[in-house]
Design a protein around this ligand. Structure first.
Ligand code: NAD
Length: 430
């Protein structure tokens, strides 16, 4: 480990100092933004030619046909093991069952002389980004596509960068088929986001783009967000764990590292009122990391954004957690249900020793695209609502308007908007 601290200890600090120490300055990478901007302009100008040139440059692939064919999907179905297909299908069923409870509904207020309403419609065409650079994430395909399809999105287009041989990881194609994705294109990065935003000869433009990606993808989404809708721009992943002396240190260490392996900027924080537990977790971290394939990423994440916070009480741990508003929160205390009832802000809460975060990442049903970097104070997990839009409806009869015209005109005059007042009064002039 070259003298690097495995994980920092924080103790004897007041609450606001702890929160300050744990709040990350997530780099808004100006460099990625400049690169993304240039790529977007180029794709806007040159369409498919630019798309294919960047795919060659960044992914090393020469692409003849941007769209994944039905025979490629059929082949993926053959290649992926029966066991993995069954696991993905079961996860898909769980995710569908959970998300079917979501979404806004249309409603109407009917009075005898007027009618008001809120009409909910699906967004007609949506592009979903599935990362494909360093790893393949079939779970992300399910988590994004299933709520979109429940909302009723007609044209759900998936993009993902191809491997150097021009193919897509078969499990991604299988997950896309299970989730009902309509079209899949072999393009990633800022060029993919640009293609979905402006359209190319092959790829039709969409109304909204969702899905996680690296810094170039995130920068590109921010840039195009004045032209298309986007979901939240997710930052690096985080986990906080509240635990007391009864908790199992081996489980805690394993769970902290399951987040830390995502990337070097991931954050993993234990809040406990037990010195003995803190020590035991630290020993478990050192022991278990040796067995893990992403050891170097984990060690960097733990040393940069990992912490064991010794609090005076579990109450204090709860207060700090509410200020942090972590993306993922595990509660491993004897009175976990009571603790969970006092959590104000977290993306997802996992209760008890047998609900480790990967259960939620892959399988249980709730969405794994969650607000990061403290945004759980105001933002929510990806849901069916993200794929819906609302239109309001007003119908007034002549009698209804006549009865209320003075009030409306009065407000218009107060605002100095006489044309507004006139549009009411003209209807009742003889
Ligand atoms: P990615 O698909 O996001 O990025 C790969 C693409 O980045 C390449 O195809 C290329 O176009 C572009 N790129 C790479 N280097 C570039 C450069 N120098 N200049 C311009 N463009 C460049 O895949 P990734 O890199 O593996 O990143 C995936 C990210 O998504 C990770 O940060 C991961 O943690 C995150 N993720 C998040 C969730 C979630 O739910 N929040 C789920 C899965 C993955």
């Amino acid at each position: 480990m070259g003298g690097r601290t495995l994980i920092q200890y924080i103790r004897n600090q007041n609450k606001s100092d702890v929160v300050k120490m744990l709040s990350r300055n997530v780099d808004d990478s100006n460099e990625a933004s400049l690169v993304a901007k240039a790529i977007i302009e180029d794709v806007k100008a040159r369409g498919d030619i630019a798309v294919n040139a960047y795919t060659k440059k960044f992914d090393g692939a020469t692409i003849d046909d941007l769209q994944v064919s039905q025979s490629e999907i059929d082949e993926a179905m053959q290649v992926v093991s029966v066991d993995l297909k069954e696991a993905l299908q079961e996860a898909a069923n769980n995710i569908r069952k959970y998300h079917e409870q979501q979404g806004s509904n249309s409603y109407f207020i009917n009075e005898k002389d007027y009618r008001l309403g809120q009409i909910v419609k699906p967004i007609a065409n949506v592009g979903m980004y599935v990362p494909g650079g360093r790893a393949a994430y079939p779970s992300t395909v399910l988590m994004t596509a299933i709520p979109a399809k429940i909302a009723g999105v007609k044209e759900l287009v998936m993009i993902t960068p191809p491997k150097a041989d021009g193919t897509i990881q078969p499990s991604l194609l299988v997950a896309a088929a299970f989730a009902g994705v309509d079209k899949i294109y072999k393009v990633g990065g800022a060029q993919g986001i640009a293609a979905l935003t402006y359209g190319t000869e092959t790829i039709s433009k969409v109304a909204k783009i969702v899905g996680p990606g690296n810094s170039y993808v995130a920068a590109a989404k921010k840039i195009v967000s004045s032209v298309v809708g986007i979901d939240m721009v997710a930052g690096p992943s985080e986990i906080a764990i509240i635990a007391d002396k009864e908790a199992n240190p081996a489980f805690i260490a394993a769970d902290l590292m399951s987040q830390a392996e995502h990337d070097e900027d991931a954050a993993a924080i234990l809040l406990t009122d037990s010195e003995a537990l803190a020590e035991a977790v630290k020993m478990e971290l050192a022991k278990q990391v040796e067995q893990l394939s992403r050891k170097s990423i984990i060690l960097e994440a733990l040393s940069k954004n990992g912490a064991i916070v010794i609090t005076n009480s579990i109450d204090e741990a709860i207060d700090i957690t509410n200020e942090l508003a972590p993306e993922h929160l595990e509660i491993l205390t004897t009175n976990a249900v009571d603790v969970y009832g006092r959590i104000e802000s977290a993306g997802a809460i996992f209760i008890g020793e047998y609900s480790p975060e990967p259960v939620g990442d892959y399988f249980a049903g709730p969405n794994h695209t969650l607000p990061t970097n403290g945004t759980a104070k105001f933002a929510s997990p990806l849901s069916v609502t993200d794929f819906q839009k609302k239109t309001s409806l007003v119908y007034y009869s002549k009698e209804a308007l006549e009865m209320r015209k003075d009030a409306i005109e009065l407000i218009a005059e107060e605002e100095g908007l006489t044309a507004h007042a006139n549009a009411i009064s003209i209807r009742f002039k003889r």
